[in-house]
Ligand binder design. Structure first.
Ligand SMILES: [Zn+2]
Length: 325
């Protein structure tokens, strides 16, 4: 085995701009070698002997550690390099994969007309290709697109996966401290993100707050302050306004796919614009579907149409603030 040339191959691969503190080196050897090994083992009835593969990886790891001064991590290394030696014992390939980078951030949106989520690139179905500049996303402008493009360019990673704390409409604003989100980036080269990273465009401002060890395992509960624009078919009575204010402390009940869901309203302030239009500011548990809450579809109760005694429509809503619990 030409250990030196294998080792040089590894170093060349890593010199490609990877940032890491911990590593692991693995190996895939040609089958012929294993057969030979089995033969030797059988002959000497010796099971204690370390396998060729173990000897090789141990030697490579020790050498790599000595030269780079990085630590070995057997479970969750920043970078994993797998050495494959071809059947003819000649061809050596080294493939590096890095641990996903998980970031937590928030964004505000001060212009209407930009959707939150992005459709996937048609060229690669989200895997990342030349067409989409490795982002995996279609060219349509969105909050997701703005965040993904910037982070892919900083980290040289691929296939960003987003997890949002709630959602809004294309026409909604997101104000206050903004909406929190998590993003997981596959195979990043850079792991060191500037502290308190800020970027944005088209009225969207993004702040990357910190690096997380893993994605949150369950849905993060949150409370949202939402401004809802309501248009009613009939003239709104004074009693209705009082009743809308009385939503404070009540629970909104609706059915999800599997169970009944209850969300509490902590505050409700109503403002009449004219005979048929009003604005309702509510502070409530996150996850209430606003349009259904106004229109009363899908058995959401109580709902605004029912309280006002007229068919009402949500003409828009803005997120004024979001608090994670
Ligand atoms: Zn693509």
């Amino acid at each position: 085995m030409r250990l030196d040339s294998i080792f040089e191959e590894i170093l060349a691969n890593v010199d490609n701009g990877y940032e890491f503190d911990t590593f692991l080196i693995g190996a895939t050897l040609p089958r012929k070698l294993y057969e030979k090994e089995d033969h030797i083992r059988a002959k000497f009835k010796n099971r204690e002997r370390k396998s060729i593969k173990n000897q090789l990886t141990r030697e490579l790891r020790t050498r790599f550690q000595r030269i780079t001064k990085k630590k070995i991590d057997y479970l969750y290394p920043d970078i994993l390099m797998n050495v494959t030696i071809g059947n003819d014992n000649q061809a050596i390939t080294v493939e590096a994969t890095t641990k996903p980078l998980i970031l937590a951030g928030r964004y505000t949106k001060k212009s209407r007309g930009i959707s939150q989520k992005q459709t996937k690139c048609e060229g690669c179905e989200g895997l990342g290709c030349a067409l989409c500049d490795s982002s995996g996303l279609s060219g349509q402008r969105s909050v997701e697109d703005i965040i993904a493009k910037e982070l892919m360019s900083i980290t040289q990673g691929h296939n960003p996966k987003f997890s949002w704390i709630g959602s809004e409409d294309k026409e909604s604003l997101v104000l206050g401290n903004g909406r929190p989100f998590f993003v997981q980036i596959s195979n990043p080269k850079t792991r060191r993100i500037p502290k308190d990273l800020n970027f944005g465009s088209d009225g969207v401002s993004v702040n990357i707050i910190r690096i997380l060890p893993h994605l949150p395992v369950s849905q993060t509960p949150f409370i949202a302050k939402t401004q809802i624009f309501v248009n009613c078919k009939l003239a709104i009575k004074n009693d209705s306004l009082i009743n809308l204010g009385g939503l404070r402390g009540k629970f909104v009940e609706f059915r999800s796919k599997t169970k009944m869901i209850h969300k509490q309203i902590y505050s409700s302030e109503v403002q009449r614009i004219n005979d048929k239009e009003l604005i309702l500011d509510i502070i409530a548990d996150g996850g209430i579907r606003i349009k259904q809450f106004v229109g009363g579809q899908e058995y959401m109760r109580p709902n605004i149409s029912e309280i006002v005694g007229s068919e009402c429509e949500c003409t828009g809503f803005d997120i004024l603030d979001i608090q994670v619990q």
